[in-house]
Design a protein around this ligand. Structure first.
Ligand SMILES: [Zn+2]
Length: 423
């Protein structure tokens, strides 16, 4: 006998259905379910998702994930772009590198990974408004793996948004954004200026994928750790990280973290990707309302998609709030400092790594938007270029390039102090 756990909205339900085996479970309806069984997922190893596939057509499409054991799951939808989000108790993913890149029927792609400690997520992209017609988890039985099943059928935008609103209104979700924060403060108590190092991406948000399979989120973390270690070794800085492991951190939370910790400098570490495979070299970005050029705008847009792709609901609030004149002045000064730092970075980095022909560019990067923390993003190189990718994976390159960044940070604060002292 196989029991089925129906998943309704975001509430986690574990409801057994009698008599349903995997193939037939599809036919069971929510009305057949019984009261919850005793919960208790053991504290042992987490279930592993080892296969995921999409079947069906544009009239009804099914997502199936095979797992070594059942996980709790909750499903909800997000609009603009249309997404189905499946939040689960923590699972491991052992899927092929290209899993989720090809769509079928109503699904165009999917992503997966950790969204916060103890919580995993799958985000399914859909081309138009859909209704989650069925969703359930079947525990393993009779040599069949546990299985997560999500069925969607087309619906109207109106119906989709109504379902969405119901979700937004729920208390559980209002608290989620805060609970999901996985910010880590380490290396506390250093003297001197506070430098926040921000390794790009993490968890479900993998970032760019390299020519030979490297993943941006891992490259940025590896580099950030070496950079942080070198900075601490100088004894001159209080060094904080927005993440120190493979967790997802929303862009706004990274900015908020820097502000809450009164950061004196925010350094975001990324790796680029672009269509042309010959394009290579490091680029330093600072924030501006006007992008340097189309490529910069495109790269900023792609970096800014991180939250959307990870299934974060971004409320459509008015972004053009009236800006206080003092804040405006602060922001202008902050951006000037960001530009000074970017120039230092270019000067130092060109000694240790190939630079893009226009090495300092500007665009509307959300993660650089703190009005009172000078911020810059280092795109270390293009993982879409095989030579750059090789560098980014090299320990000796990391070591000397991180050394250049430390030098640029030293110059930045020396100059700032000199300016103050000279007045
Ligand atoms: Zn990135």
């Amino acid at each position: 006998m196989r029991r089925k756990k129906a998943i309704v909205d975001r509430s986690i339900l574990r409801r057994p259905v009698p008599g349903a085996i995997a193939a037939l479970a599809f036919l069971a309806v929510a009305g057949l379910v019984r009261p919850p069984e005793s919960a208790a997922q053991s504290d042992g190893p987490v279930p592993i998702v080892f296969d995921a596939r999409i079947v069906g057509d544009a009239n009804r499409t099914r997502f199936v994930a095979d797992m070594t054991d059942a996980a709790d799951a909750a499903v909800f939808t997000l609009a603009d772009p249309y997404r189905i989000v499946v939040d689960m108790s923590e699972v491991g993913f052992r899927l092929p590198d290209d899993a989720g890149q090809k769509g079928r029927g109503l699904f165009s792609a999917f992503r997966y990974g950790l969204i916060s400690r103890g919580k995993s997520r799958i985000v399914l992209d859909v081309d138009g408004p859909v209704k989650v017609d069925k969703s359930f988890v079947v525990p393993p039985a009779d040599n069949q793996p546990a299985r997560l099943v999500i069925d969607v059928v087309p619906t109207s935008r109106k119906a989709f948004l109504a379902a969405n609103r119901a979700y937004r209104d729920s208390l559980a979700v209002k608290g989620a954004a805060k609970r999901d924060r996985a910010l880590v403060a380490t290396g506390q108590g250093g003297p001197g200026p506070t430098v926040v190092i921000d390794p790009g991406h993490g968890g479900i948000d993998t970032g760019a994928k390299g020519r030979n399979g490297s993943v941006e989120k891992n490259l940025t973390l590896a580099f950030a750790k070496i950079l942080g270690k070198k900075l601490k070794e100088t004894g001159r800085y209080n060094v904080l990280f927005t993440r120190t492991d493979d967790s997802f951190v929303a862009l706004g939370d990274r900015v908020a973290f820097a502000r809450e910790n009164n950061a004196d400098l925010f350094v975001s570490v990324h790796a680029n990707s672009f269509r042309g495979r010959s394009v290579r070299g490091a680029i330093i970005y600072t924030v501006s309302d006007d992008a340097s050029d189309k490529m910069a705008a495109e790269i900023a847009q792609s970096e800014n998609q991180a939250d959307v792709l990870s299934g974060i609901d971004i409320p459509d609030e008015d972004s053009d709030e009236v800006m206080d004149i003092l804040l405006d002045l602060t922001q202008r000064e902050t951006r000037n400092f960001g530009t000074v730092f970017a120039k230092n970075l270019v000067k130092e980095l060109k000694l240790t790594t190939p630079m893009f022909k226009v090495p300092h560019q500007q665009a509307g990067f959300k993660v650089l938007e703190a009005p009172d923390v000078p911020s810059a993003m280092i795109e270390l190189g293009f993982v879409s270029n095989a030579d750059d990718e090789k560098l980014l994976l090299s320990d000796s390159w990391r070591d000397k390039t991180a050394g250049s960044v430390v030098q640029a940070i030293d110059d930045f604060f020396e100059r700032k102090l000199a300016q103050r002292g000279g007045q």
